[in-house]
Ligand binder design. Sequence first.
Ligand code: SAH
Length: 351
Amino acid sequence: METSDKINDRIDIKSLTLEELKAEMENLSEKPFRAVQLYQWMHRKLVRGYDEMSNIPAALKEKCKIGFQYTALQLLEVQESKNDGTKKYLFALADGNVVETVLMHYKHGNSVCISSQVGCRMGCKFCASTLDGLKRNLLPSEMLDQIYAVTLESGERVSHVVVMGTGEPLDNFDHLLRFITLLTDENGLHLSQRNLTVSTCGIVPKMRKLAQKKLQITLALSLHGATDEKRRELMPIANTYSLAQLMEACAYYFEQTGRRITFEYSLVRQVNDSREDARLLAELIRGLNCHVNLIPVNPIKERHYVQSEKQAVAAFQDRLIKSGINVTVRREMGRDIDGACGQLRRRFLEK
Ligand code: SAH
């Protein structure tokens, strides 16, 4: 699916780099410093429209309204977890589509989990986001807007961003890269690349392409199975790329960037949580500079998958530790508030 960078024939101003914005100002016979002002209003002061830009002359605001689309999200719903303060947001985009975004509080700072697409076409069996397929890619501005809107609503500083919400970020590759450029730009929020994690189901050629960009972001790979057979049961993408190809791509990513890979492994009762599964996983990733994040699967009502028993999780973790592998079990944040990916959006669409 192709998504144009123009909305209704108008340029999406919040997806432009400062240099591009300067060129646009030149086209309008405006001074370059106007681009700097506009950029700061958008990406530092996070205003929701041209009317809030107090030092921009009315005539330029008019030109901007005619020439450029200004995206802004509309907040539809916020849920706050009583357990851990996690907040889940449902936003409407300009075209009426909805996306969800999550704010989580950790000791190391506040992390926002954003969506990269409206829906998803990857078809992972346990995931709520993919049940209705892909509607469209999100624009770079719409990915930024999620962070900006959460910052404004919560009044909290966002220190970490994870692209782990609805969608497959590497299936929206160009917009993802532009989003990263803008998010880490010194004239905007200036997030450190090291505080950004991108999670993929494993689109091998795109992982290699990303590696060649030599960014300092963390790549998280959704593994969920340690053999091709197991993985294919849960993830259709495993029919396209084998584990051998995937592991080579991970090694390549580390080689190019020096960044340790994170493997995500959702534990599903009696599907991928046995001691033998743990042994095979340890064997598969032995020698790779990596970290394993075990996630008790979040049951969704459309599927029959059940969480692993506590002892099974502990035994699985123990087996990996004994093999010298770095492993953590993800704290379940916001289980009381439609915790699983895509659940809030789905509940909304069903209404
Ligand atoms: N498409 C990307 C990012 C979005 S999903 C990817 O596949 O990585 C983020 C993570 O949550 C992935 O590891 C995904 O497999 C996992 N996930 C999705 N639904 C889940 C559920 N119901 N329970 C546990 N993990 C889930």
